[in-house]
Ligand binder design. Structure first.
Ligand code: ZN
Ligand code: ZN
Length: 739
């Protein structure tokens, strides 16, 4: 076996778990490098792939290696840090590397790379000079020039196309693609100072710290905590300017591109054609063309939703994750990755700073800042000294809603009436998803929780009972509160439609619009928002969707109908999500000149998420919640994974889930002392048990150490793979929304 031979490890665009090794033919050697797109033989077909590494052949390689078929030179090589990220992602989320590549590089493999002008190149003189004078003339021209554009050659002599064809056939010329020389991106000077807003003191401090990091080409993570309206975007824009001035590129992740029209406008104003916004609705073709502009260095700022973390930005100099706490960064199906987490990994692989920004940072990021993995920057005030709105908690135990559907307490009814009388507008917020009924005690205000998991029990009608979706604990609906023994227990929960009807009935002046997942088709959404902004509607009823980054200056009242609907969500992050939602909701009030007022109806005004949201106290909340998570053994103090089993046959699903539990228990036993810090919960029916005709069941695994968790998951994967037949076994590492 020769040590002289060069081989390449190639990532083929097939759902394969590993890369494959091919011989590098001598003719291709100078053009082949890491990140190059290639075509390789697989069972007689040429399959597209990416070169992950080029290396000398070793004794470990199999004897019969096949040669690489072809190198695509019309597209520059993919950045090395992106290739590293693809491999890292496959390893961490336990998915085949080819599957990651398909998410990271959609369509790029299946489509042909951009066509470049073909060239004709002189090869040799023929043994016998061509009979045609025109052929002879063209050959002489090409011999002198060495090469020519095909079109130019065709026009060099009369009927040149025929001559070119004859000379190619005789082997005197050959055709080739023009070699792509990647444009080396030059520095972009920042715009003149005068055209920009003057940053506040806190903005200046954050900007200075981040600019310092941008100038050093190495990884540093920042957590930028800025209250709603504190001007985080300006900080981002300044950091990107610096990055461009240094000849590097930036990637900006936003939670949902459709809801960030304002941010997009600012990026276009500031960076023009250098910035490209990637929409999830973009056709594959347009996305591929956009990424080709990125690869070629024509686009230097990419703004996009979670998949933009895989943007092929050469010379990456900065990654920004706006609203880093948003759950939309976690992909829930297919490759279940978390874009915020991958953004940090990408930054460390590329050697550049990463800025996570939020008014309500996630507990994961808070903990990372706490232990010094992220540098904490704070912007505690709104720009232009606008006050934060006044938040009042309305205790439903004393302010019992009267009349009609009993949704409005007296304080909220009076406040809404007064708002409408003044000709101003209101938002009424309700956090309700597909299921949302649970038991609440009207005396002590607590909702009933699972004794094992501290997760709110969900009410089911058939058979009527309360159920935990983590550990499957269930119980009949009690007629007394287990906490305070009061008989005043009640199943509560309602939806936006009922609320809309009630508003129309109680408030004759209300012109009410509704926004929830049913009205979220882009057209309808835009219409309702426009009607509200322009005053044709004066009350907006909705779920989460109403709080996402819209500015309505005329809104002076925000009402939250029942905070428990969010708090009682069967998820260990329910408190955190509630705090985030309420802070965002409150941030919608009083964005204009008039002060805002927020009323939150609740049975339990002592709840830490509500108390701290009312006081605009993020740190207070984070410290308390962090302690609770540690006590209960949930992230960020433990590592969590969900193993979901789904299939059309409920019995088979249950049996497989039980088998998985058995395998896990055996592995935990075998792991000895390390196994003691592992908890296995379930199998439990998923909260939405039947989805699209499939029964779902899940097993949760908690472990103190990441490695222990990954070892267990690999063993499950070895036994069960990804399921058999119609049955699916799916691993979700760091799951969100265990539904
Ligand atoms: Zn009670
Ligand atoms: Zn439980």
């Amino acid at each position: 076996m020769s040590g002289e031979q060069t081989v390449a490890d190639v990532l083929l665009l097939l759902p394969l778990a590993r890369t494959y090794t091919y011989l590098v033919p001598e003719a291709l050697e100078d053009r082949l490098q890491r990140g190059r797109q290639v075509r390789c033989p697989v069972r007689g077909r040429q399959v597209p792939g990416l070169v992950i590494r080029v290396r000398p052949r070793s004794d470990q390689d199999v004897m019969s290696l096949q040669p690489i078929g072809d190198v695509v030179t019309s597209r520059p090589p993919w950045p090395g840090d992106l290739l590293d990220l693809v491999e890292w992602t496959a390893n961490y989320y336990l998915v085949p590397v080819g599957v990651v590549a398909r998410t990271a590089m959609p369509g790029l493999f299946s489509r042909h790379p951009p066509k470049k002008d073909p060239l004709v190149v002189f090869v040799r003189r023929p043994e016998v000079p061509p009979r045609s004078l025109r052929d002879r003339a063209l050959l002489a021209l090409l011999e002198a020039a060495g090469e020519m554009d095909l079109n130019e050659a065709r026009q060099a002599v009369p009927q040149g196309a025929v001559s070119v064809k004859r000379l190619l056939a005789a082997g005197c010329l050959r055709m080739t693609e023009r070699e792509e020389v990647p444009e080396v991106p030059g520095p972009v000077p920042p715009p003149p100072q005068a055209s920009r807003v003057t940053p506040t003191e806190h903005q200046t401090e954050a900007i200075d710290r981040i600019l310092e990091a941008v100038r050093k080409p190495r990884y540093q993570g920042f957590l930028l905590h800025g209250v709603t309206g504190s001007g985080k975007t300006e900080v981002y824009l300044r950091a990107i300017e610096e990055c461009l001035a240094l000849g590097r590129g930036a990637v900006v992740l936003v939670p949902e591109i459709a809801l960030t029209v304002e941010l997009q406008r600012q990026f276009h104003d500031r960076f023009g054609d250098l910035a490209e916004v990637l929409h999830s609705a973009m056709s594959q073709g347009r996305r591929v063309r956009a990424w080709d502009r990125v690869l070629a260095g024509q686009v230097r700022v990419v703004v996009g939703a979670r998949s933009a973390v895989f943007a092929p930005m050469p010379r990456l100099g900065l990654v920004i994750v706006d609203e880093e706490h948003e759950v939309t960064y976690k992909q829930q199906d297919g490759l279940r990755y978390h874009a915020r987490d991958l953004a940090l990994v990408r930054g460390s692989l590329a050697g550049c700073p990463v800025v996570l920004g939020s008014a309500t940072p996630s507990l994961e990021s808070f903990q990372n800042a706490h232990i010094g993995k992220l540098t904490f920057l704070s912007m505690p005030r709104r720009v232009m000294e606008r006050p934060l709105p006044q938040v009042t908690l309305v205790d439903l135990r004393y302010e019992r809603p009267q009349g009609g559907e009993r949704l409005f307490s007296e304080p909220l009814r009076v406040a809404l009436q007064a708002t409408l009388d003044r000709g101003e507008s209101a938002i009424l917020f309700l956090n309700r998803r597909g299921f949302g009924r649970f038991l609440v005690c009207r005396s002590c205000g607590r909702s009933l929780q699972c004794p094992n998991c501290s997760i709110t029990l969900t009410h089911h009608r058939r058979p009527e009972r309360l159920q935990c979706h983590y550990c499957d604990h269930h119980m009949p609906v009690p007629d007394r509160c287990p906490g305070c023994n009061s008989p005043e227990v009640e199943v509560v929960g309602f939806g936006t439609e009922r609320l809309e009807e009630e508003v129309q009935r109680l408030f004759p002046k209300a012109r009410c619009g509704r926004l929830d997942s049913e009205v979220s088709q882009v057209g309808a959404l835009g219409r309702v928002l426009a009607d509200f902004r322009e005053g044709r509607l004066n009350v907006l009823v909705g779920t989460q969707i109403v709080v996402k980054g819209h500015d309505f200056p005329q809104v002076t009242l925000v009402g939250v109908l029942l905070a428990e609907q969010s708090l009682a969500f069967p998820d260990f992050r329910a408190s955190e999500r509630t705090f985030q939602l309420l802070t965002q909701v409150a941030g919608r009030a009083g964005r204009g000149d008039r002060p805002g007022q927020v009323l939150i109806q609740t049975f339990d005004p002592t709840h830490e998420a509500l108390r701290h949201a009312a006081n605009h106290d993020y740190l207070g909340f984070a410290v308390t919640e962090n302690r609770i998570r540690r006590e209960r053994g949930y992230p960020p103090h433990a590592h969590l994974a969900a193993i979901e089993v789904s299939g059309p046959d409920g019995v088979e699903v249950q049996r497989t889930a039980d088998e998985i539990r058995e395998v896990l228990d055996q592995c935990v036993m075998a792991a000895g002392p390390e196994g003691r810090q592992v908890t296995v919960l379930g199998p439990a029916a998923a909260a939405i048990e039947r989805l699209r005709g499939r029964t779902r069941s899940q097993v949760l695994v908690k472990a103190g150490r990441r490695k222990v968790l990954h070892d267990l998951l690999r063993q499950v994967q070895n036994v069960f793979g990804d399921g058999r037949g119609a049955l699916r076994v799916t691993l979700d590492v760091d799951p969100y929304y265990l539904l």
